[in-house]
Ligand binder design. Structure first.
Ligand code: NFS
Ligand code: SF4
Length: 628
């Protein structure tokens, strides 16, 4: 079917809905990220190698690693090693900050809710609230959920600014791992402190030793994975409910020709959960009907889409590279965004259609957007105002501009740790037995973004298929999870594509071979499962037949994720090249030396099938070492 498209368009995505919209964009002379990427080529070689420094105004400085004539030192004397390590560490700081600030916002919402000031939120999972509170040593007996939540929110809040001592959730890691972090001096203190310390260390003339810089990067990343991100996951479950397996649909075909379409794009469930609630308001539905619409259709995009997909079964329209394509359908009344991974291009693009581009976060404003600021204290009221703006906009939809691809795929999502345990009958034993018997060779966490440098979704899907074919059970989150959903890999029926062993296990349990564990902050769930398996086997995470991958990553959050996954002892393959190759020493440290330090390292492999085999080989080596 894709034969009808030009070679240029076909090279951009494997997703038929994306191809259709890319052709439509061309027809309408609209520019997308792919066109802007082409216009950007060739990209700056110094930037690609990570050897450009702008950390002071004597610069910019750039090192010519391959040119005998060019400068080998920055003006201050910084080497390529220093510059590459500083740049990478700053990327980790930004990624850890983004995830952790999300976690902080959820903690804030829990605090307001506990104080009775949350405008419409309630604590949905009381059992989880009590479990998490107990970890913090908070008394739960005979107390109301609000009293417990108040103490918990305050205790969690304190994790961000803590000057000394560990973050509570890091103690969920196996004892050996924690001891290793302590011995290396990378057991994180308060999350904000670690991020600030990176900014200090990377200022001109502070930390100029690449190993020392990268160790601090790892420390901040652990504060993200086992801190900020885990806080976001756990408190979201407390507030909005812990996900359980839920059926829904994915891809642009979830947009409706006859309803008011609202796309929720961004990351924090505080906003998206309330919009879902507001869209069910009878008065607003009646208003939509008055304008001739058959109701209100809320769909998700990117990670906030994952949040409402797994908790509410709200269909998901697509992943990162589909945000512009959703607008190009001409059927979107409102593109409502909060923070992270939102292309500023949406402002001008929405202007070419009737689409209202609505920003909501005090932290994230966009040219060309209508700003309706969201505050948790009046959450439901503001959410209704946003939904109303979308409904009012339905009248201005130009029917002749509407092209919704007829593409949507069923999926089963919502495999929280709790849901996996329930599927296994309450204990990890059946999973451990399947791993020991070899029916399941190991577990892979496959995560991360889309990147215009790769054919959209190709690497995600090819890697997943190769892994399950070789009996590797996959846990997925973020934009990889959305790619998997669109490709039909999140269905129990996808077990047919798995090797005999994995297929048998999936069929016996009625689960898909690729388990949707949530948004990117929910990679913390993969950490929790890994720790539980390591504890059950009496080993460290680095001993497990487990591997990670980010086949199409692009964001700074992905850099922080990669760093904390490796720091946790999990071998990780990157499918796009990080900007570090200008320092052979840093490259060596990340891809080899790290094994001696944290018991795991990175690999870079652009071919997703070869990358899958690196993971499978690693899994087989770990099995052999464990004697299974
Ligand atoms: Ni993760 Fe989610 Fe997607 Fe990448 Fe962005 S939406 S937080 S960063 S692009 S996977
Ligand atoms: Fe150049 Fe050093 Fe300033 Fe960086 S910190 S811009 S390498 S002088």
């Amino acid at each position: 079917m894709s034969a009808e498209y030009s070679e240029k368009i076909r090279s951009r995505s494997i997703d038929p809905a994306a191809l259709e919209m890319l052709a439509r964009a061309e027809e309408l002379h609209l520019e997308t990220a792919w066109d802007r990427y082409e216009a950007m080529l060739p990209q700056c070689g110094f930037g690609e190698l990570g050897v450009c420094c702008r950390n002071c105004n004597m610069g910019p400085c750039r090192i010519s690693p391959f040119d005998d004539e060019g400068p080998k030192l920055g003006i201050c004397g910084a080497t390529a090693d220093t510059i590459v390590a500083r740049n990478l560490t700053r990327m980790i700081a930004a990624g850890a900050a983004a995830h952790s600030d999300h976690g902080r916002d959820i903690a804030h919402t829990l605090l307001l809710t506990a104080e009775g000031k949350g405008g419409g939120y309630e604590i949905k999972d009381v059992e989880k609230l009590k479990r998490v509170a107990a970890e913090y040593g908070i008394e739960t007996e005979g107390r109301s959920k609000e009293e417990i939540a108040l103490d918990l929110a305050r205790a969690v809040y304190a994790e961000f600014g803590k000057q000394e001592g560990p973050i509570q959730f890091t103690r969920r890691a196996p004892e050996k791992r924690v001891e290793l972090w302590e011995a290396l001096g990378i057991d994180p203190r308060g999350i904000d402190r670690e991020v600030v310390e990176i900014m200090h260390r990377t200022h001109i003339g502070v930390d100029n030793d690449y190993t020392s810089l990268i160790l601090q990067g790892l420390r901040a990343s652990i504060a993200d994975g086992w801190g900020g991100s885990m806080i976001a996951t756990e408190l979201s479950d407390v507030l909005f409910g812990t996900p359980t397996p839920t059926r829904s649909t994915a891809n642009l075909g979830v947009l409706s020709e006859e309803q008011v379409n609202i796309v929720l794009h961004g990351h924090e469930p505080t906003l998206s959960e309330m919009i879902v609630a507001a869209s069910q308001d009878p008065e607003l539905i009646a208003l939509a009907e008055k304008y001739g619409a058959k109701g209100i259709n809320v769909v998700g995009m990117c990670c906030t889409g994952n949040e409402i997909l797994m908790r509410q079964g709200i269909p998901i329209a697509g992943n990162f590279l589909q945000q512009e394509l959703a607008v190009i359908t001409g059927a979107v009344e409102a593109m409502v965004v909060d923070v992270q991974c939102i292309m500023p291009a949406l402002g001008a693009l929405s202007g070419c259609f009737h689409t209202k581009f609505i920003s909501t976060s005090p932290k994230a404003k966009f040219p060309g957007a209508t700003h309706i600021e969201f505050h948790e204290e009046e959450a439901l009221e503001i959410a209704k105002e946003i939904v109303r703006a979308a409904v009012e906009n339905y009248r201005f939809r130009k029917t002749e501009m509407v092209r919704i691809p007829d593409e949507k795929t069923e999926c089963v999502v919502g495999f929280s740790v709790e849901a996996i345990l329930a599927a296994l009958g309450g204990t990890l034993d059946p999973l451990l037995d399947a791993i020991k018997s070899g029916a399941i060779k190991g577990i892979a966490g496959v995560v991360g973004c889309n990147n215009v440098k790769m054919q959209h979704d190709y690497s995600h899907v090819a890697m997943l298929k190769e892994l399950i074919k070789h009996d590797v059970l996959v846990a997925t989150t973020g934009c990889n999870a959305i790619a998997a959903a669109k490709a039909g890999l999140l269905l129990p029926e996808a077990a047919e594509l798995a090797g005999e062993g994995l297929k048998g296990v999936c069929q016996a349990l009625g689960i898909p071979p690729v388990l949707h564990m949530g948004s990117c902050v929910d990679i913390s769930r993969i950490l929790v499962v890994s720790a539980a398996i390591a504890d059950a086997l009496g080993v460290d995470i680095s001993d497990l037949p487990v591997a990670g991958a980010a086949p199409e990553w692009m964001s700074e959050k992905a850099v922080s994720i990669g760093a904390y996954v490796v720091s946790s002892g999990i071998f990780t393959v990157l499918g796009t090249v990080p900007q570090v190759l200008g320092s052979p020493a840093v490259t060596e440290l990340l891809t080899a030396g790290a094994n001696e330090v944290v018991g795991a390292a990175f690999a870079v492999e652009l071919d997703p099938v070869k990358a899958a085999h690196l993971m499978i080989d690693h899994i087989m080596e770990k099995r052999a070492a464990l004697g299974i």
